[in-house]
Design a protein around this ligand. Structure first.
Ligand SMILES: [Zn+2]
Ligand SMILES: [Zn+2]
Length: 556
């Protein structure tokens, strides 16, 4: 008798970290499986550890190999950590993509803004709809989140039903879109859920998260009380928040001016999809100066301190249309993503120094997270009653706390896994049964580099200790034809006694070459290696740091 098909799950990104989500589900047996991919997102690099790397994406070697068995890519929602890698990675897969209207439209707008002729079609699925993809039947269940049209996916197979939550929270009164579909989720529980693969982002936070509507009320109060100009910054993709700000501005008799390209792009897509029905129309930043200070509100990009975004430019008085003065007010309707604290702090201090009032979520309810806190996690588990829970979308601590909570709730099995673990969900006992190749790709300029790439390591070293270049011309018998050329980059000019470092290096190079035995001097590689060591150690003596060093020996 043929063994029944196994249903397996593997995260290829987004587990043990927040960002670059990619999950795959497989149905079949060890020899032959059909695969379904869920989400294909990016993470953002930080300057200090990965200089020059803006985007990090999952290594999809495994999916490339299994391309012919990949039935499709399904998107839960249009946040960058879930769909930001499609433009770079889809050409390696060329599989059909499925998403609801807002996500598909936002993707199309993003693709149109890139300088590419690439066509990437997305098939639009209605919210609440169901599609068959090979042996998988996928249902899009609406959930509340910080972007319109976030969906949990009910994935039905011959082996059982899995609920992949995507990013969600329970918000009975979201500003746009329907609340999380509790009724449907309870029905899934009645049907029998083999596994719940769930968002762990806020698993360390107690209680329920506040509603978007409460944030809207708080923003209205603050904006009504403001006397001068008001600027609000938030994530451009947070359409509900944009709407709350627009409503608050209207209540305070202010026109809304959009500042920053991402704001324009999202607002256009949101309007096309009906999320701004009944909302006053927004104006371009060129109209900002047309209104008296108490009749205008600037809705800006740049909540993470991005130096080229609208808010940073306004703060350093470098924006062509938008200015702020003493007595005006800036509201950060956002949370600072870890790693961006310095940049955001710099902008806040700059504004405060100019006498501008700054309001953040530290002192007022001007932001809420789009992810479930512990009470919400408990509620979902009680609705869905899964046989197995796998925490995803979180760092190690978040995953562990989510797992503990699930065990306390009496979920029969909990598996904590990491990127690359292949987990058998069923039938039979769930377990990690294999390792798939997984890792990170760096987007370096226009090139995708492997994680081990030398370029980033060298740039980090260069940033820390600079670089020394030496060029030498030797005759066949090993005599110097001319003075060596020495160039130091990113190295201080003088040592603490005021002596030029390039003179010191020059003398050391000459002494080293002249001190080498004749026989050794005839071997250019040996000369280069001796000079390299000398340069690094002499700079170390005078500076306390060893630069990278490159020596070129020419034989004439
Ligand atoms: Zn999200
Ligand atoms: Zn996410």
């Amino acid at each position: 008798m043929a063994r029944p098909d196994d249903l397996v799950f593997a995260p290829l990104g987004g587990v043990g970290e927040i960002g670059m989500n990619l999950s795959i589900y497989g149905l079949g047996n060890r020899q032959q499986r059909s695969w379904l991919a869920v989400d294909l997102g990016v993470s953002f690099g930080d300057e200090e550890h990965l200089p020059g790397i803006d985007l990090i994406m999952p290594d999809i070697r495994f999916l490339e190999k299994e391309k012919k068995n990949l039935v499709g890519l399904v998107l839960t929602h249009a946040h960058e950590d879930h769909f930001g890698a499609i433009i770079d990675l889809w050409p390696k897969l060329r599989c059909p993509i499925y998403a609801t209207k807002f996500s598909a439209s936002l993707f199309a707008a993003k693709l149109a803004a890139e300088r590419t002729t690439l066509k990437i079609p997305i098939t639009v699925v209605p919210s609440g709809g169901r599609i068959d993809l090979g042996p998988f039947n996928v249902e899009f269940i609406p959930v509340a989140h910080s972007i319109p049209e976030s969906h949990a996916l009910a994935i039905r197979t011959s082996a059982g039903l899995v609920l992949h939550t995507g990013d969600w929270k329970i918000d009975p009164t979201p500003v746009v879109g329907p609340p999380t579909d509790e009724k449907r989720l309870r029905e899934l529980g009645d049907e029998g859920v083999m596994a719940l693969i769930g968002d762990s982002t806020n698993a360390v936070r107690d209680g329920h998260s506040p509603s978007e509507t409460e944030v809207g009320a708080s923003l209205t109060g603050l904006i009504k009380a403001a006397k001068g100009r008001v600027a609000v910054t938030t994530f451009a993709s947070n359409v509900g928040r944009m709407r709350a700000v627009a409503d608050a501005a209207k209540a305070a008799g202010r026109e809304v001016v959009l500042v920053g390209r991402a704001m324009d792009r999202v607002s256009q897509v949101a309007r096309e999809c009906g999320y701004f029905d009944g909302v006053q129309s927004f104006r371009g930043s060129e109209y900002y100066g047309h209104f008296p200070p108490d009749k205008v509100l600037a809705l800006c990009t740049g909540s993470q301190g991005e130096p080229r975004a609208a808010l940073a430019r306004i703060a350093r008085d470098d924006h062509p249309d938008v200015t702020l003065n003493k007595g005006d007010c800036v509201i950060f309707s956002s949370r600072t993503i870890p790693g961006n604290e310095k940049a955001v702090g710099g902008i806040i201090n700059g504004l405060v120094n100019q006498g501008i009032e700054v309001i953040t979520d530290r002192d007022h309810l001007v932001h809420v997270s789009g992810h479930p806190r512990r009470e919400e996690l408990r509620e979902l588990i009680s609705w869905v009653r899964p046989q197995l829970l796998i925490p995803v979308h979180g760092e190690a601590l978040h995953l562990n706390e989510h797992a503990k909570l699930a065990r306390q709730m009496g979920v029969p099995k909990v598996v904590v896994c990491r990127n690359g673990d292949l987990v058998r969900l069923g039938p039979g006992d769930p377990a990690i049964i294999d390792q798939l190749p997984a890792g990170r790709l760096y987007k370096d300029g226009t090139i995708l580099e492997e994680e081990k790439s030398r370029a980033v390591v060298e740039r980090r070293k260069m940033a820390f200790a600079g670089c020394a270049f030496v060029a030498l011309a030797l005759t066949q018998t090993g005599d110097m034809v001319d003075d060596p050329e020495v160039e130091l980059i990113g190295v201080p000019e003088n040592n603490s006694a005021g002596e030029p470092l390039d003179d010191i290096v020059f003398d050391a190079v000459v002494a080293t070459v002249e001190g080498l035995p004749k026989a050794r001097r005839r071997d250019p590689d040996a000369v280069a290696e001796s000079v390299r060591r000398t340069v690094r150690s002499v700079v170390q003596q005078h500076w306390g740091k060893k630069p990278l060093c490159f020596v070129h020996v020419l034989r004439v």
